[in-house]
Write a protein that binds this ligand. Structure first.
Ligand code: BGC
Length: 865
C-alpha cells in the first residue's frame, strides 16, 4: 500500500462540498417513537423518542433539544395545554429520549415535535409526529371472548371459522379503532374490506403468558348506517401442528376471538362494538389452513358467503350464534412489529421436469406463498406443491420438508377469472409444482409473495468479489426467510421454531442487515417469559418442546448474549434492564450446575452443532468436547452479565460477576490448557471460543491463533466449525494477527466453506456445509434445510472487518463508530452502509494501482475514528 487517500464526508447528500463554506442549515427529521414511525397502540407508560439531525456541516453535534407534546395537532401548533414541554435541555442525546410528561391514559393520542441546537446552528421545530397509546389495562377490554359452539375433533385440522356481526353507526364518525386478538390466527374485515396489512396476527408469543393484540385505525372503513365486522380464524401456532412430533393443540384445543371496535363520533359521543353476544359464526371456503401443511380452499363455497362481511349479507343458513367464553385478558400486550407482504417475485422460468412435473422457478429461495390467477370450470382442483431445490436429475424434491405438506389445493368456483392466495400458512420455497391448472400456465398468472416481519433494512454491503456479494445476498435472504414473527431455524419443514442457539449466533449480523430492535424486544420478552423457574432457558422460544428441552450451552446463552448485543447495537438501556433479571437467572442456574469446580460438566448440550464432519469423524474430525464448550459459554455469559451490570450502574453486582468470570477462566485454564499453550480439545472451535471469550492468558493468545491458523492450513484452508464456533472464527483470526487465514477461509469455494453453497447456486444460507454435495446428491433428509441463517453469522465480519464499519462498544448504538477496513489483495474494494438512529454511515474503500482510498460518511451527532 503506497498511498493513502482519505476523505471524510459528513455532508449528508452533499458529496464532497466543503462544509465550512456553505450556509449551515440544520434540520431535524425522521422522528421515531419506540423505534417506529407514528406507532399506533403502545403500552409503554413512558415511550422513548428519537430524531435525526440534518446538516451540511461537518462534525455537527447536538448541544440541546426541546420537545413538546400535546393531545392534538391544534394544541401542539398553538403550544397550549401541553402534555410535555421540556424547555431547552442541554444534552447531546437524540435517541431513545424518555417521555416524562403528564401520565398517558389508555388510547391517548400524542402529537409531538422537537427542535435542536447544534454546533452548526439551530433547527426550526420539526414536522409533527404522533403516537397513540393502546389499551393499557385489562379493564380497558369490555368485549368478551367468543368461540364456535360446535364440537371439533382435536386430533384433526379443522376448517377455518368465520365470525360476523352487524352494528349501526348513527352519526358522522371522527375516529375509530379496532383492538383485536385471538387464540389462533385471525384476519379481520370491515364492510368487506380487509383491516390493515398485517399477516399472521396476533403473532406468536408464549400465549399463556403474553398474548399480543393489534390496533387499527378503521375510521375510513366505516359508514353511517348498518356496518358489518367479519373475522376469520384458523389454527396457526395456537392449536395447529407444531414441532416434528406431530403435536397439536399446544396452547389449547379451542380457538377464540376478542375484538373491540371503538368509535368516536364528531359529536363527541362514543360507542363500543365488541365481540360477545349477538355474534354469528359459521364456516366457509377455507377448509383447512395450517402452518406446516398449507391450505385447502374450496372456492365453490364462496357463493354462500358472498359479501359475508358486509351489512347487506342476509344469508342465515349455516350461521349460528357464537358462544362467549371466559378467557383471560390480563396478559394482553401491544405489538411492536407485525409480518407483512414485503416483496413479490415473478417467475424466472416455467418448465417440465424429467418426471413430468410442471414447475415454476422463482429464482430465489423465499418464505411466503404464491398468488395464482386462474380461470376454468367449477370444481377443477389446482394443486401447488413447494420445494427449495431440484434433485440431481432436475426433479422436484420435497423429502427435506419431512412431515410438512407445504401444499395448496384450490378448487375453482368457475365462471370467470379467479385470484387465489392462501391465508394462514407459509411455505419456504423456490420452486412450485403445479398440477390441475386449466389451460397453459403463463408467467403472468403466478407470482411469489414474500412475507416476513416488517423490519426496516439498515445495512448494505458490496465488495469487489462477486461470490461474496452473492453470500451477502444469501445472508440477507436467510434473514428475510426466517424472521417471521419469531426468529425461526427454517421456514420449510415441520419445525420453524424459535431455536435459541441459532438466534444468538446470528444476532449481530441480523442487527446490521435490518432494524431488529422491535423484533427482538418482543422475542426477548418471550425468552424471559419461558425461562424455567430454575433459571434454565428452553431450546426453543416460544417453548413448545416442554420443560425438559432446556439448558443447552450455546442455546440457553441467548438469554445473556442477545440482550447484551442488542444494547451495543441500539444503546437501549431499558431493554437491558428488562432482560437483566433473566440474564442473572441463567448465569445463576449454570453456576449451580457447575458448583465449586466452576466447570460445567452436567446436562445435555447440542455442542458445536453440525461441525465438520459429524458424519465421518475419522476424516480429521472437528469435534469439540461438549463440556469444554459448556464451560466456555458459562464464562462468556458471566462476563456479559458483569458488563450489563456495569452499564446499568450496579457496580457491586458487576464486581461479583467479574469475579465469577475470573474463577471460571482460571478453572478453564487448569482443565483445558497445557503448560505449553495447547488446548485439549485441540479443535478449531476450541481455539475460537477460548480466544473469543478471553479465556487464554494474554501472552498465549497469539500462539493460540497461530495454532488455529495452522489447523486451517492443514485442512487445505478449510474450517471445521459448527454453529457455535463459526460465528467467531474470522473475528478471532483477524483480531490475533491471522488476517490472511481469515480471508483464506472466507474465499474458499470447496466444501466446507461459506462459498461452497454459493458455487452450488444457493440463494440462501444452508443449514449444513454440504446440504447438497458436489455430486449434487443431498445430505440426510432428516435435517437438511436450505434456508437456515446460523452460518450467515459471517456477515458481521464482512461488515465490520472487510468493509470496516464497526460500532464502538464504549459508545453503543453507533454513537461512535470505528472505521477500520482490513483489506486483502484478493478483495480490492468494499462498501458498507448502516442506517443508524443518527442517520446513515457509509464506508467505501478501494485499493487500486497501489493507492488505497477511503471515503467515510458520518451522520450528524455521531462520530467516527
Ligand atoms: C434446528 C437447529 C437447531 C438444532 C438444535 C435443529 O433441528 O433446525 O437449527 O439449533 O436443531 O439442535
Amino acid at each position: 500500500m503506497k498511498n493513502y487517500l482519505l476523505c471524510f464526508v459528513c455532508l449528508l447528500g452533499f458529496g464532497l462540498a466543503p462544509g465550512g463554506l456553505l450556509a449551515q442549515k440544520v434540520g431535524v427529521q425522521a422522528l421515531r417513537c419506540e423505534y417506529r414511525e407514528n406507532p399506533l397502540g403502545l403500552d409503554q407508560a413512558r415511550p422513548r423518542l428519537g430524531w435525526q439531525i440534518t446538516s451540511v456541516g461537518r462534525g455537527v453535534r447536538q448541544t440541546a433539544y426541546q420537545v413538546r407534546a400535546a393531545r392534538s395537532l391544534a394544541d401542539l401548533k398553538a403550544g397550549r395545554n401541553l402534555l410535555w414541554e421540556t424547555g431547552r435541555v442541554v444534552s447531546d442525546r437524540s435517541v431513545l429520549v424518555e417521555y416524562a410528561g403528564a401520565p398517558l391514559a389508555a388510547r391517548q393520542q400524542v402529537y409531538w415535535q422537537v427542535r435542536v441546537w447544534t454546533t452548526a446552528g439551530n433547527s426550526a421545530w420539526s414536522q409533527p409526529a404522533r403516537w397513540e397509546m393502546g389499551l393499557t389495562a385489562p379493564t380497558d377490554w369490555t368485549a368478551q371472548w367468543v368461540r364456535v359452539p360446535w364440537p371439533e375433533d382435536p386430533k384433526l385440522p379443522q376448517p377455518a371459522q368465520y365470525f360476523r356481526h352487524n352494528f349501526s353507526v348513527a352519526e358522522p364518525v371522527k375516529a375509530a379503532r379496532l383492538y383485536i386478538t385471538s387464540h389462533g390466527l385471525y384476519e379481520a374485515f370491515l364492510n368487506g374490506r380487509r383491516v390493515g396489512d398485517d399477516y399472521f396476527t396476533p403473532g406468536w408469543t408464549s400465549y399463556q403468558k403474553r398474548l399480543q393484540y393489534q390496533v387499527y385505525d378503521v375510521t375510513a372503513l366505516l359508514k353511517t348506517g348498518t356496518n358489518a365486522l367479519g373475522v376469520t380464524l384458523a389454527e396457526g401456532w395456537f392449536r395447529g401442528e407444531l414441532g416434528w412430533q406431530n403435536n397439536r393443540n399446544v396452547y389449547g384445543p379451542q380457538l377464540a376471538l376478542l375484538g373491540q371496535l371503538e368509535i368516536e363520533y364528531a359529536s363527541g359521543r362514543k360507542q363500543t362494538v365488541g365481540t360477545g353476544d349477538g355474534w354469528q359464526c359459521g364456516q366457509g371456503p377455507i377448509r383447512r389452513s395450517e402452518i406446516y401443511d398449507g391450505e385447502v380452499y374450496d372456492a365453490r363455497q364462496e357463493a354462500r358467503l358472498d359479501g359475508w362481511a358486509t351489512a347487506a349479507y342476509a344469508t342465515t343458513e349455516g350461521w349460528q350464534p357464537a358462544q362467549t367464553a371466559d378467557l383471560p385478558k390480563n396478559h394482553l400486550v401491544a405489538t411492536p412489529l407485525t409480518v407483512r407482504k414485503m416483496l413479490t417475485l415473478k417467475p424466472k422460468q416455467i418448465f417440465t421436469t424429467p418426471q413430468g412435473d410442471l414447475v415454476v422457478d422463482f429464482g430465489q429461495n423465499l418464505t411466503g406463498w404464491v398468488r395464482l390467477q386462474v380461470q376454468g370450470p367449477a370444481g377443477q382442483a389446482v394443486r401447488l406443491r413447494h420445494a427449495e431445490v431440484l434433485d440431481k436429475q432436475g426433479n422436484f424434491y420435497t423429502a427435506n420438508l419431512r412431515g410438512a405438506k407445504a401444499e395448496l389445493q384450490y378448487t375453482l368456483r368457475g365462471g370467470g377469472p379467479e385470484t387465489y392466495e392462501p391465508h394462514f400458512t407459509f411455505m419456504g420455497f423456490r420452486y412450485v409444482a403445479v398440477s390441475g391448472y386449466p389451460g397453459p400456465l403463463t408467467p403472468d398468472r403466478i407470482e411469489a409473495v414474500v412475507l416476513h416481519s416488517d423490519m426496516e433494512q439498515t445495512g448494505e454491503f458490496t465488495c469487489a468479489h462477486p461470490l461474496l456479494n452473492q453470500l451477502q445476498h444469501n445472508i440477507e435472504w436467510g434473514q428475510r426467510g426466517n424472521f417471521l414473527d419469531v426468529p425461526t431455524d427454517c421456514p420449510q419443514r415441520d419445525e420453524r421454531l424459535g431455536w435459541t442457539g441459532d438466534a444468538q449466533a446470528f444476532f449481530p449480523t441480523a442487527a446490521f442487515n435490518f432494524n431488529v430492535a422491535p423484533f427482538f424486544t418482543k422475542w426477548l420478552a418471550d425468552v424471559a417469559a419461558d425461562q424455567l423457574p430454575s433459571g434454565s432457558v428452553p431450546f426453543v422460544v416460544p417453548n413448545v418442546l416442554g420443560p425438559n428441552s432446556a439448558g443447552s450451552s450455546g442455546w440457553a446463552d441467548v438469554a445473556t448474549i442477545v440482550p447484551w448485543e442488542f444494547y451495543l447495537a441500539y444503546d437501549d438501556l431499558r431493554l437491558l434492564a428488562a432482560q437483566y433479571p433473566s440474564m442473572q437467572k441463567w448465569v445463576g442456574y449454570v453456576r449451580q450446575q457447575a458448583g465449586a469446580s466452576y466447570l460445567w460438566r452436567s446436562g445435555f448440550h447440542f455442542g458445536d452443532w453440525l461441525y465438520y464432519n459429524e458424519a465421518n469423524p475419522s476424516a480429521e474430525p472437528g469435534y469439540t468436547d461438549r463440556e469444554f464448550i459448556a464451560t466456555a459459554f458459562f464464562a462468556h455469559s458471566a462476563r456479559l452479565t458483569a458488563r450489563a451490570a456495569r452499564a446499568l450502574g450496579k457496580a457491586d453486582e458487576a464486581a461479583e460477576y467479574e469475579t465469577l468470570y475470573q474463577n471460571i477462566r482460571a478453572a478453564f485454564q487448569k482443565e483445558y490448557l497445557t503448560g505449553a499453550g495447547r488446548l485439549s480439545p485441540h479443535s478449531q472451535t476450541a481455539y475460537v471460543l477460548a480466544l473469543a471469550f478471553g479465556l487464554l492468558p494474554q501472552e498465549q493468545q497469539a500462539q493460540a491463533a497461530a495454532r488455529l491458523a495452522a489447523d486451517v492450513k492443514k485442512r487445505g484452508n478449510h474450517l471445521s466449525t459448527g454453529f457455535l464456533g463459526t460465528p467467531y472464527l474470522a473475528q478471532v483470526l483477524s483480531d490475533h494477527g491471522q488476517l490472511t487465514t481469515a480471508y483464506d477461509l472466507l474465499l474458499q469455494t470447496t466444501y466446507p466453506s461459506w462459498l461452497y453453497p454459493v458455487k452450488m447456486g444457493a440463494t440462501t444460507i444452508w443449514e449444513r456445509w454440504d446440504g447438497q454435495k458436489t455430486d449434487s446428491t443431498f445430505q440426510d433428509v432428516g435435517m437438511n434445510s436450505f434456508n437456515h441463517y446460523a452460518y450467515g453469522a459471517i456477515g458481521h465480519w464482512m461488515y465490520t472487518n472487510l468493509a470496516g464499519l464497526a460500532l464502538d462498544p464504549e459508545q453503543p448504538g453507533y454513537r461512535h463508530v470505528r472505521v477500520a477496513p482490513r483489506p486483502d489483495a484478493r478483495v480490492p474494494g468494499a462498501r458498507a452502509s448502516y442506517q443508524s438512529a443518527y442517520g446513515r454511515f457509509e464506508v467505501d474503500w478501494a485499493w487500486a494501482n497501489g493507492t488505497f482510498s477511503l471515503k467515510v460518511t458520518v451522520p450528524p451527532n455521531a462520530t467516527a475514528t
